[in-house]
Design a binder for this molecule. Structure first.
Ligand SMILES: [Mg+2]
Length: 236
């Protein structure tokens, strides 16, 4: 048929273009060590995850919310006995994350170059300032036609992005490492979602991959240009 035309490709950033979750896990390890005299490591980690989940609606995604959740967890787990110096160390851990250099994932610049004939939109969520910093530091900013930093990724927020871009959902492909954030909401709207798993993905982002003709999976971003070409030929 050859009638499919992919007008725009949306790319997630954290753990799709560059490393992210690994820094959270390293910091969590230091946080667990800091509270080691008060509780068991696995308990601290699961308590922290509960606090983060409960705070998401208030703080949103990103490092600042993570810092506040670590402080809250430390106070609660120690019945308020945690000292000011340890709280200071927790804030320092977060500030180190906010200053960390950007490590691109393998094959990213090459895949973006191969897709340069398409409209590319970087679509991420999290702290506005931190995401802007990472986009600038990545050296990839000029490869994108637009950058969208969202509070959350839902069918509603994606449909606003598509409206602003003037793109119909069926002509849109979203690519990322989270089935929950990058695939399901876009497939629900009528677009294509491409899941590229990352070895480390936050528990909150876990979801089962749907069995759906517009839901796709790639092992690495290197396969993306060929997948987009197949979609345009109507063979995928
Ligand atoms: Mg991601």
């Amino acid at each position: 048929m050859g009638n499919a035309m992919i007008e725009a490709i949306g790319l997630d950033a954290d753990d799709t273009l560059w490393e992210n979750e690994t820094f959270f896990r390293v910091t969590e390890g230091e946080f667990v060590a800091l509270l080691g005299e008060y509780a068991d490591g696995a308990d601290i980690a699961s308590r922290l995850l509960d606090v983060e989940r409960a705070n998401l609606a208030r703080y949103g995604f990103g490092i600042k919310g993570f810092m506040l959740s670590m402080v809250q967890t430390a106070i609660e787990l120690t019945d308020g006995r945690i000292d000011g110096r340890a709280i200071g160390r927790i804030l320092e851990l977060g500030q180190e994350m906010l200053a960390h250099p950007v490590d691109l994932l393998p094959g990213v610049p090459e895949a973006l170059d191969a897709l340069a004939g398409h409209r590319l939109i970087l679509i991420t969520k999290g702290d506005l300032i931190d995401q802007e910093r990472k986009i600038a530091a990545s050296g990839l900013a000029e490869r994108f036609d637009a950058v969208e930093i969202l509070a959350d990724k839902s069918p509603e927020t994606y449909s606003r992005v598509l409206f602003r871009a003037g793109v119909a959902p069926e002509d849109f492909v979203m690519v990322g490492n989270s089935v929950k954030s990058d695939v399901l909401p876009v497939v629900e709207l009528g677009g294509h979602g491409v899941f590229i798993p990352h070895a480390m993905t936050w528990a909150v982002e876990h979801a089962d991959a749907p069995d759906h003709p517009r839901a796709h999976r790639l092992e690495t971003i290197a396969g993306l240009p060929a997948l987009v070409a197949r979609l345009e030929e109507g063979h995928a």
